[in-house]
Design a protein around this ligand. Sequence first.
Ligand SMILES: [Zn+2]
Ligand SMILES: [Zn+2]
Length: 452
Amino acid sequence: MASKSSRPTRAGTAQAPGSASAVSRRSLLKRGIAAATGGATVLGGASLGGQTTERAQTPSGSRQRFRAYVRFGTTASVRELRLLPISPRQVVLRSEAAQICYTTTAQGLGTANVSDAFIPGHGGVGTVIEVGAKVDRVAVGDRVVVAGTRQCGECYNCLRGRADHCLLTNGGGNPNAPVAEMLDGTKVSGFTPCCSELMVVFEESCVPVFTRLSSIELAMLHDTGLCGLAATMTKVRVEAGSDVVVLGAGPIGLAAIQGARIQGAAQIISVDPIRYRREAALALGATIALDPNVEGNNLVQRIQDLCRGKTDRRLAGGGNVGPDFVVEAVGGDLFPPKTEAGPDPTGILSLQQAWQLCSPIGHVVTTSGGHPPNSVVTIPANQWANGAKSHQPGNLGGANPMRDIPRFVRLVEAGLFNAKALATATFPLERTRDAFQAAADRTTLAAVVVYT
Ligand SMILES: [Zn+2]
Ligand SMILES: [Zn+2]
């Protein structure tokens, strides 16, 4: 087994052919870095494929200034920061775009006192401008999707196919280590920051992507879109010709609907209380969209009836009760929505219904969070003990970021996954708070902060 130091630079060997834009971007970056740091910044260039790929580090002690949305004290605001020197396995990216995840709205809009300043977020999209001395996965000039979850590829869970629960997520490195400081010297951390002109992340969070897709489309793949697609094509794979139900038609649910469509589902039933989200579901692949406030207590029965198939004759292949696959993407309300409220702000009802309505031999995939502490979902003991219904929970829908983000990029390139349709509102950094508010209010599908 090759030692780490002798491994080729993966990013360099995987550079897309004919990537004139990447070469141009790198040369521009090279000049930009040189200008910003006084010239002698590019170290250890490696010749790959006839081109020079910089394995560059800006000098330790870099004090580059940038702006970020920082949560500190009882407020959050855009502040000017100074970059701190990075550690050997860290990467600095110049941000292109980032989607605001609903889960982070509590951080971004919260008013509880925060004594240690931090930049909130669940990843983003950027271009590498600096790498630590031990970074192998990416090189200066690479476009990178920073996944909301790290993937080391070497820990116990990664080696057993559960990269979505990579142990480095919480155990490797210090998520509270400062990456920058305010101009008064107050230190600022940011584990997978989204609201920042520069992102400082560990290389285990970085997935290089070799594509000309727009930054906004890529921003739908670092968190919610990744989660929704993964819920239909990773740990549990929707089968062609099947009946699929997706509870919730936010960014995760709409990505799951598209995933089910891509996998060839015959019927895709969307459930969401918000009218514009049901309309989006129908536009993106759902075959029927139901309002849980209208269906009320009849929702489970209604869906099961829709999935009974052409016959009840068991010797003719009939007798199915309920959908083959159910993806739950609802979750608890962190803020009251400014749109149509659902029947249960805790999100527990949807978890319960996902299990109830699924076929006795079907698969339930749950993706959501935000449920009240100590809340409980009840499953009949005989179903739990010796039934055939399966449940697959998963961080990011069970995604394996290094494997799945590049292939999901290809789904966008092939016109199969419509990422643009999900990014319905964009904001400059100065309006990051508005982006968080739009996500919290659910007045837009996906709020994306875009950097120029
Ligand atoms: Zn998230
Ligand atoms: Zn790992």
